[in-house]
Ligand binder design. Sequence first.
Ligand SMILES: [Zn+2]
Length: 222
Amino acid sequence: MSQFDQKRPAFRKLWAICAVVLISCATAKPPHESGDFKASNLVELQRLDPTIQLDIRYATSSNFMHRPLYPEARAFLQRPAAEALAKVNQELKPLGYKLLVFDGYRPWRITKQMWDSTPRANKKFVANPKTGSRHNRGCAVDLSLCELSSGKEVAMPGEYDEMSPRSYVAYTGGTPEQRAMRDLLRSKMEKHGFKVLAAEWWHFDYNDWKSYRIQDVPFDKL
Ligand SMILES: [Zn+2]
């Protein structure tokens, strides 16, 4: 028996595992949802309000996955959520700030990639693809504030997508100025129909999120 023959069962096992992984990735589908839903009407944020600043981290390597997940740096929300966000942005201007958006609608397949790549200890910071994310419904937005004059991001108690207690809305560390910025963002968003996620100061769900289906449409097909 040659050395190759001796190794053949191990090779077969490896190929079988690879095949299962590839097939499961190729056939992965969003969860089936029954019931009545509103028709999707995803609107590009910058078409509605070009003064909303974008920093779409998932279109770059500057994110917790350390690689680009989106082919284009664009942000979409369902129309009522997008219009509410534009109102928040307008209200911030007299205070010297505007919105800085990191992410909006997220195709379901990206949520699945995030879940599969995140270690078990940090899974509380990512959505389970079995139930989907409110980002998949076009009703969640990740964002911060930036200075109106310079476009510079303001300092918050923690970084975007940081997987630590500094991300909690109730975190009492950081400077008083940082906490004030976090609380300003939250108060303006909640005034216009969004609710913050307790574990992520940057994540807000629009109050009507249950009315919209999980979607897996890529940006270039919207
Ligand atoms: Zn989010």
